[in-house]
Design a protein around this ligand. Structure first.
Ligand SMILES: [Mn+2]
Length: 468
């Protein structure tokens, strides 16, 4: 059985909060998703009969572990890193698939009829933030996927979108050069591993992100031909939106509340998607991704980042004992915490520089901590920063680096289609002296409260730890 959104929902069935009350998806879903600690399924969408909407599937390590078929939280990053190091899988063409059960072509393909929410107060309109965006390189024939933000308008078929500087953008520039419309499709509602890997930013000369995800899952992904454009899309998606992007057409796009928690930073004239077909399942589930603070939006991007950096940083100086990497969702993806056990002096600083110049533009601050610090716990990490850092020795600041286009505090440099920013990056070494200087390292050993390790007090321990 292929890995689909539905197979994943079945796996986490006992964790899903099913909401049968009527909810207005356009105006009410955003806050509910943003506040939820549970995977959500809305069964009763006002104005959208027959549709369901789901979100908050992989917000925490528990959901991520479920997507990867794992038991423990701290297996997530090392496991994904290992699967990614094994390389990409394959895709195969099939004649038909469930996503073709309903076909809306031409005038019937009205984007406004999908239960696409408004994410935040101040947004320019309803936004599709959960479409895996598919384009193909006109020279190499290799597809690319990413997840872009797409704004609905009063026109049923026109949707300006923000062309972030990713591989899809490079395809677009080639079509602009040829002065031809670019075929583009959005796949909504896939198994989360396909959504996660669509946000991977590495180089891929002979495979695409969907095939990479198929490798992680150990399957071949089945693709079907589009109805109105020359492109292949996942056969088991819930919804496919097909269309083209004209090389010179522009509409105003934004503002849009982003993962930074700001609504500004990339708004302006933007390329326009013209929808020519929508296909979907008979009883479609709209997979939403709410773009505000600490929702699925963050881990969708940070998971492949964490795994990529885990592999990359272990390679520093040929062999660095990196234990885990965490890009905390509460820090809007710009901060990375690396848990490491360094053997030699200088090893942590080299590793920090490798982290600061990695494949993702997000990483602005990197904090290195030891094996005795819980990297998922902000208080513990800040304890290490507070007690194991001499700012004069252990903070490394670089200038004139390229940073994420949505990092609004960083100065902007001009470009016609997208936003570029140049500014500083910082590495903080909050680790103890390395293991080869055992005496110096000992001074930074944490003390344990008396009684720790005594099984006789386990029950009392549970009691005192209860939230008030
Ligand atoms: Mn790519």
């Amino acid at each position: 059985m292929p890995h689909t959104l539905r197979s994943f929902l079945e796996n986490i069935d006992n964790r899903i909060l099913n909401i049968h009350d009527e909810v207005d998806p356009i105006n009410q879903v955003g806050y509910l998703c943003s506040e939820s600690r549970h995977p959500l399924m809305f069964h009763n969408l006002e104005g959208f009969e027959n549709w369901r909407l789901t979100d908050i599937l992989i917000k925490d390590r528990k959901g991520q572990a479920a997507a990867l078929g794992l038991e423990k939280d701290n297996e997530v990053c090392p496991f994904l890193a290992k699967q990614m190091a094994n390389g990409a899988g394959k895709s195969k063409m099939v004649e038909d698939g469930p996503v073709k059960e309903v076909k809306l072509i031409g005038d019937d393909a009205d984007l406004r009829k999908l239960p696409i929410p408004i994410h935040s107060h101040g947004d320019a309109g309803r936004y599709l933030g959960s479409g895996v965006t598919i384009t193909r390189d006109p020279e190499t024939g290799i597809r690319n996927e990413s997840i872009l933000r797409v704004q609905l308008t009063d026109d049923p078929h026109k949707a300006p979108f923000w062309m972030a500087a990713r591989h899809n953008y490079q395809h677009y520039l080639k079509y602009v050069e040829m002065n031809e419309p670019m075929p583009m499709a959005f796949a909504i509602g896939l198994h989360p591993v396909y959504e996660i890997m669509s946000n991977w930013s590495g180089i891929h000369k002979d495979f695409d992100e969907l095939e990479y995800a198929a490798g992680v899952l150990g399957e071949e992904i089945e693709m079907v031909k589009c109805e109105t454009i020359d492109l292949e899309v996942p056969a088991h998606a819930e919804i496919i939106i097909e269309g083209t992007v004209h090389p010179t057409e522009r509409m105003m796009e934004g503002p849009f509340g982003e993962f930074t928690n700001f609504g500004f930073g990339a708004e302006g004239p933007a390329p326009v998607f013209t929808c020519s077909a929508i296909t979907h399942r008979k009883d479609p589930i709209f997979r939403h991704m709410q773009a505000t603070w600490f929702t699925d939006h963050q881990p969708l991007i940070t998971l492949p980042m964490e795994a990529t950096y885990y592999n990359r940083l272990r390679d520093t100086q040929g062999n660095t004992n990196v234990l885990d990497v965490f890009v905390p969702p509460w820090a809007s993806q710009f901060l990375m915490i690396v848990q490491v056990e360094a053997k030699w002096d200088g090893q942590v600083n080299d590793m920090l520089m490798a982290a600061l110049s990695g494949p993702n533009l997000h990483v602005k601050t990197v904090i290195a901590v030891d094996e005795d610090v819980d990297i998922y716990n902000a208080e513990d990490v800040l304890w290490a920063v507070s007690t194991r850092v001499d700012p004069a020795q252990h903070v490394n600041i670089q200038t004139d680096c390229r940073l994420h286009p949505l990092d609004a505090v960083i100065p902007e440099v001009g470009d016609e289609y997208t936003v570029m920013r140049i500014g500083g990056k910082m590495g903080i070494d909050a680790t103890k002296p390395p293991t080869w200087r055992a005496e110096a390292r000992k001074k930074f050993q944490r003390v344990d409260p008396m009684g720790k390790g005594d099984d006789a007090i386990a029950k009392l321990l549970e009691m005192v730890r209860q939230p008030v």
